[in-house]
Ligand binder design. Structure first.
Ligand SMILES: Cc1cc2nc3c(=O)[nH]c(=O)nc-3n(C[C@H](O)[C@H](O)[C@H](O)COP(=O)(O)O)c2cc1C
Length: 191
């Protein structure tokens, strides 16, 4: 098994500084197995998608994000739920990235998690993301599902997540993603 460091490109679908999803992503990063790390991908400077902008050249912020994701072993996406789907900010970013070459989500292991104020904890948003990733040939891992409901009652002012089960699931998700990366690496060495 390759011991090379594992890089995971991290996207957050909320631009809020105090975002629960940003906090969840940070807990994910802190609980990864040794040798794996999250590299943040900034999507807040992407313009609204417009093919005419693309025809003039891939915007610098989009190109930088594409390169980070393409160069990473895996991706983690923390999504909020807006009106029973993922956020417009995240969809806009995925739409942009999907029109770049190489399309960076293709055949890439992807961990999904999310936090929302509703009881279903982004379940609907995450299933929309899974559908989007079918078209992009991404490889979202199935389990565990991390859906943090009633997030406003669980995150402390200091960023801690006061839900032992959710913290365990986040840790298990990181371990599962890293195992998947090792499987991909092993498969890549088979001729
Ligand atoms: C436009 C909008 C739509 C929302 N729709 C939902 C929803 O469908 N389900 C839900 O659980 N929460 C919904 N919320 C509340 C979010 O869960 C809450 O704002 C959450 O804090 C967003 O994630 P963040 O903390 O990472 O920014 C919505 C919030 C906004 C602003």
């Amino acid at each position: 098994m390759s011991q090379d460091p594992i890089t995971i490109a991290g996207l957050c679908g909320s631009l809020r500084k105090a975002s629960f999803n940003r906090l969840a992503l940070s807990i994910f990063a802190q609980n990864l197995p040794e040798g794996a790390k999250v590299v943040p991908v900034e999507i807040g400077d992407f313009p609204l998608y417009n093919q005419e902008i693309l025809e003039a050249g891939v915007p610098a912020a989009v190109a930088a994000a594409r390169d980070t994701i393409h160069g990473a072993d895996a991706v983690v996406i923390a999504t909020p739920e807006y009106n029973y789907s993922t956020s417009g900010v995240l969809k806009n970013a995925i739409d942009w990235l999907s029109r770049t070459t190489p399309q960076p989500f293709a055949v890439k292991p992807i961990a999904l998690l999310g936090a929302s104020m509703g009881v279903l904890g982004t379940a609907r948003a995450q299933y929309h993301l899974r559908q989007i990733m079918v078209f992009l040939d991404g490889r979202p891992i199935n389990k565990p599902e991390v859906m943090i409901g009633a997030a406003h009652t669980k995150f402390g002012a200091d960023g801690t997540l006061n839900d032992e089960m959710a913290v365990k699931l986040i840790k298990d998700l990181g371990a599962s993603l890293v195992r998947e990366v090792h499987r991909y690496r092993a498969a890549a060495t088979v001729v």
